[in-house]
Design a protein around this ligand. Structure first.
Ligand code: GLU
Length: 507
């Protein structure tokens, strides 16, 4: 790589951070690490009408949870501060003016009513929403049609105006996308986008180009949904005289809904019962709360692994990767063009795999809130760690620990007696009473099991027929680790209390 690699994630903080956004962060981050480059986070907050309280901090929190912290950001400014576009407002106007001087842009004074009138006038069945472009701009109140004196007069009178790019007619804008290869766009299909708004703020199109230039961005990776904007940006790079410094582009494939076609949306998540945001998002206006992968019980390293596999593969059978491995192996050549379907079951499998690799003490801390949410108090961290080790194999989500192991800390409230009753006999009842009377000390699980089997044989009963009732007495249902491991964990007193309780119910 000839230059020092500088990549950026440039979110507009307007709400929950979609997993596609975090995947963009991840690919930027991996590319930066692989090339010993710099990963920049720039906040694109020029649209003041879309300001959402707390949305920026939420993005920092999501990246921090995922372990993808930027090298430069509003929180950690580098040499190119400020990193919030709203704070860079004075920087943009000069470039818009330069474009006007070069006849690549123009002032437009049209009122909302005039714009509406234009749309009405040019509306046809084939073109129901005509745009401000080479076909219509000739009819509008802009500096292409007014004399310089008229323009000056309007400006002096304080008439609100915007600055629009003048898209050329019949030109082909060509560029090379690192994932998609050569891409060409016909300029007459693109409208004259606003570059500077009447409040003096740049729009995204101007700001993204100016900032990528000023911040010396070498590679711009973003979602496929930005592909239609690329010709505008490329022309701006050219018009501003920065073509030689233009970043390499890569438009990342969409993350698709599991069923049908199209981009995975928040609504798909609600419909199908899985998260699409990295972390819980609480809308400050509506108060609505949308659960994220974090709260759902995903480990950040699993979330990263899932995202990496949405659009990329290592070219081997390997599916489980740590962030360090991904940093080593990642290459844009192995990112696919086609969209990647999101599969929630597979996502949970990744999480299960990472849970197996995770440290038990950490899992204990992370799963504790789920026990608390169920009203199960876990006072002893050491015990929780042991419990975690006993059930982790069966856990796909951190919340599963509370499902799988609460009975280790609190006696079950309900019991699946239907599984026991049909084959229950007075002999079995007598057996359990005798067994309990003989339980004098807490032996190792294997020894206790051997003694249990020996007593069953003495009483002429099959051990196999007694194990399931015993499990139901201790656990409440037909799940959990080895029965004698459970006894060893909860102790003899508690075991006897639970067995007696169910014997009474069966009598
Ligand atoms: N601000 C844009 C967004 O919200 C960034 C697009 C880009 O990376 O160029 O996604």
């Amino acid at each position: 790589m000839e230059n020092h690699v500088r990549v950026r994630f440039a979110p507009s903080p307007t709400g929950g951070l979609h997993l596609g956004g975090v995947r963009t962060v991840l690919f930027n981050y991996l590319f930066a690490k692989k090339h010993k480059g710099t990963f920049v986070l720039r906040v694109e907050d020029t649209d003041q009408t879309r300001f959402v309280e707390g949305a920026e901090q939420y993005i920092f929190d999501c990246l921090n949870w995922a372990g993808l912290n930027p090298d430069e950001s509003p929180l950690n400014p580098g040499a190119y501060a400020p990193y919030r576009q709203s704070e860079r407002k004075p920087m943009y106007r000069q470039y818009a003016e330069q474009l006007i001087a070069q006849c690549n842009a123009y002032y437009a004074f049209d009122t909302p009513e005039e714009l509406e009138q234009m749309r009405e006038q040019y509306k046809t069945p084939e073109n129901p929403s005509p745009q401000y472009d080479h076909r219509t701009r000739g009819q509008m109140r802009n500096s292409l049609n007014l004399s310089p004196a008229e323009v000056q007069e309007l400006i002096d009178a304080g008439t609100p105006y915007v600055i629009r790019i003048k898209m050329p007619e019949n030109e082909t804008v060509q560029f090379t996308d690192l994932i998609r290869g050569s891409i060409s766009n016909e300029t007459q299909l693109v409208d004259d986008k606003v570059l500077l708004k009447s409040d003096g703020m740049p729009t995204y199109h101007l700001a993204v180009v100016v900032d990528d230039y000023l911040m010396k961005i070498t590679h711009a990776f973003r979602g496929e949904e930005w592909l239609p904007s690329a010709p505008i940006h490329i022309l701006l790079w050219k018009y501003l005289g920065w073509e030689n410094e233009m970043p390499h582009w890569a438009h990342l494939p969409l993350i698709l809904k599991p069923d049908g076609n199209g981009k995975l949306s928040k609504r798909d998540g609600e419909r199908l019962g899985f998260p699409v945001f990295a972390m819980e998002w609480k809308d400050p206006k509506t108060g609505d709360i949308v659960e994220g992968f974090k709260e759902k019980g995903f480990l950040p390293e699993a979330f990263i692994n899932i995202l990496a596999m949405l659009g990329w593969n290592a070219g081997t059978e390997q599916e489980i990767f740590s962030l360090e491995e991904l940093c080593d192996l990642f290459s844009l050549e192995r990112v696919h063009k086609g969209g990647a379907k999101f599969d929630y079951e597979k996502a949970k499998w990744y999480n299960q795999q990472h849970i197996q690799r995770a440290d038990n003490a950490r899992l204990a801390q992370l799963s504790k809130p789920y026990f608390e949410a169920k009203g199960v108090t876990v006072a002893d961290d050491q015990k929780l760690e042991q419990a975690v080790a006993m059930v982790k194999e069966r856990c796909h989500l951190l919340s599963d620990f509370a499902e799988q192991a609460s009975f280790l800390f609190a006696a079950p409230v309900t019991h699946d007696l239907d599984a026991v009753k049909p084959k229950w006999t007075a002999e079995k009842s007598a057996f359990f009473t005798k067994w309990m009377d003989g339980l004098a000390q807490l032996d190792e699980p294997a020894a206790m099991e051997a003694a249990f089997g020996a007593l069953a044989a003495e009483e002429g009963l099959k051990k196999g027929e007694l194990m399931m009732p015993l499990r139901i007495m201790l656990v409440g249902g037909k799940f959990g680790p080895g029965v004698f491991d459970i006894i060893h964990f909860i102790g003899l007193e508690e075991t006897k209390t639970r067995v007696q309780h169910v014997l009474a119910a069966l009598a």
